[in-house]
Design a protein around this ligand. Structure first.
Ligand SMILES: Nc1nc2c(ncn2[C@@H]2O[C@H](COP(=O)(O)OP(=O)(O)OP(=O)(O)O)[C@@H](O)[C@H]2O)c(=O)[nH]1
Ligand SMILES: [Mg+2]
Length: 429
């Protein structure tokens, strides 16, 4: 190779190198560019994924909110028509003996753990506390006397005295004691078994008129006008009970109306209107002095028919001017109902104040004779030692107990449940 050739070769090589270098540089740049693009793509992909994730999270939150909504709604309204918040929402109390006892009573009636409500626990606690006075002079004393020993004929005498003292009544007491005596003749009965047997016997007495009536639980019949008259002597709790019933009824979605047929006591209408407002139920009244109670009922029936009412609750007077007779007035009201709505389902419910004991029983007997009663409501079971009178009403007046009241609050009235009542009456300690 000549020098020239050699020079040319170097030149060529240099050019080739330069070219390659350029190529390489270009490739490098291309790679960098590609890398940059790749990074850009990765970044975009990441951003996209992030956006997708955010969207998913957003959707999840929306879903959670949607799931939460009906729960919040139902908590707010709790089936009270036309209101967004419940009246006196019940708060869960302490985890104590009362709670445990109430939960056990519910469980014994087949309730599952997730079906138990705070309201039920609250009511049973009130009932148990309310019957404490009756129980004190009764079961506690009996258990103290019995100890762990088997029942003897002497302990039956003690039991007899205690039952009479708790206003259970002579007839019911006789019945229970003779069943126990019979059982004692057949076998040895321990203290605990004795209480169990006693509970069974008392429940039988209370359940008899309920079974005979053919209706275990009194509820308004749908598709008909139900008229419930609340009757009883003055001060027993008719108006208060009617207010509580209006609340129960409207809360259970029955179209409810109140007739203020106690026209004797001036404040009666105002008292009813307060209850009506609390339970969101209208009150039909006639403010004029000495208005005819039957005329108020007449107006109320017209209104009930127009509005397609399920349940008309009628408050009646506990006392009238001497020239008028309470029974005649009730008969007049009944006549109007029969004439205007012959197919209505009418209940005449005698309201009885448990704290009046045997006196209340006397009233019940005289009302039962003339007022054609279909059931009883026992009030003021809180704090009386005479809760046993409920048994006398069942046995001696033969009336099914339909509701019981144990307090002045709107929720302090419940449909009567003989199992719960007897358990509360004979709860130990
Ligand atoms: N502790 C307690 N008090 C009650 C209960 N039910 C009613 N009361 C109270 O008994 C009093 C008389 O109640 P009312 O509802 O006005 O009795 P009423 O039978 O309508 O009376 P008259 O209209 O005068 O015949 C009020 O102070 C009530 O708050 C109850 O279950 N427990
Ligand atoms: Mg009243």
């Amino acid at each position: 190779m000549t020098n020239t050739n050699s020079d040319n070769s170097r030149e060529w090589a240099a050019q080739a190198y330069a070219l390659l270098k350029k190529k390489q540089e270009e490739q490098k740049q291309e790679l960098i560019k590609q890398e940059e693009q790749k990074q850009e793509l990765i970044k975009q992909e990441e951003q996209k994924q992030e956006l997708i994730k955010q969207e998913e999270q957003k959707q999840e939150l929306i879903k959670q909110e949607e799931q939460k909504q009906p729960l919040i709604d139902s908590l707010n309204t709790e089936n009270v028509p036309g209101t967004t918040k419940t009246i006196d929402e019940t708060e869960l109390g302490e985890f104590d003996d009362n709670f445990t006892w109430s939960a056990m009573v519910l469980a014994a009636q087949g309730k599952e753990i997730n079906q138990i409500s705070i309201d039920e626990i609250d009511w049973l606690t009130k009932l148990r506390r309310g019957l404490e006075e009756t129980r004190k002079g009764f079961v506690t004393e009996l258990l103290d006397k019995l100890g762990d020993d088997p029942l003897t004929p002497e302990s039956l005498d003690d039991l007899e005295t205690l039952l009479i003292r708790a206003d259970v009544g002579i007839d019911s007491t006789d019945k229970v004691i003779s069943s126990l005596r019979k059982k004692l003749n057949e076998e040895v009965v321990g203290g605990e078994a004795g209480i169990k047997f006693l509970k069974k016997e008392l429940k039988l007495i209370i359940d008899k008129p309920i079974k005979n009536s053919g209706t275990d639980l009194l509820v308004p019949q749908k598709g008909k006008l139900n008229v419930w008259l609340l009757v009883g002597v003055n001060g027993v709790g008719k108006t208060t009970t009617l207010g509580k019933l209006a609340y129960l009824s409207s809360r259970s979605n029955y179209k409810t109306l109140i007739a203020a047929a106690d026209t004797f006591r001036a404040a009666a209408v105002e008292q009813l209107k307060v209850w009506g407002e609390r339970s969101n139920v209208d009150v039909i009244s006639n403010q004029s002095k000495n208005a005819d109670p039957a005329a108020v009922v007449f107006d109320a029936i017209n209104s009930a028919k127009k509005r397609n009412i399920d349940l008309l609750l009628v408050d009646t007077a506990g006392r009238l001017q001497t020239k008028n007779n309470l029974m005649d007035e009730l008969a007049k009201i009944k006549k109007i109902i029969d004439k205007k709505v012959p197919d209505a389902i009418v209940e005449s419910l005698l309201v009885l104040d448990a704290s009046q004991g045997q006196n209340g029983l006397k009233q019940a007997k005289s009302f039962a004779k003339s007022a054609n009663l279909s059931g009883a409501i026992i009030t003021k079971l809180d704090g009386t030692s005479r809760g046993g009178v409920s048994l006398a009403v069942s046995e001696e007046v033969n009336l099914p107990i339909r509701f019981i009241g144990a307090g002045e609050g709107i929720k302090d009235l419940r449909p009567f449940n003989s199992y719960e009542f007897v358990e509360a009456l004979l709860a130990d300690k």
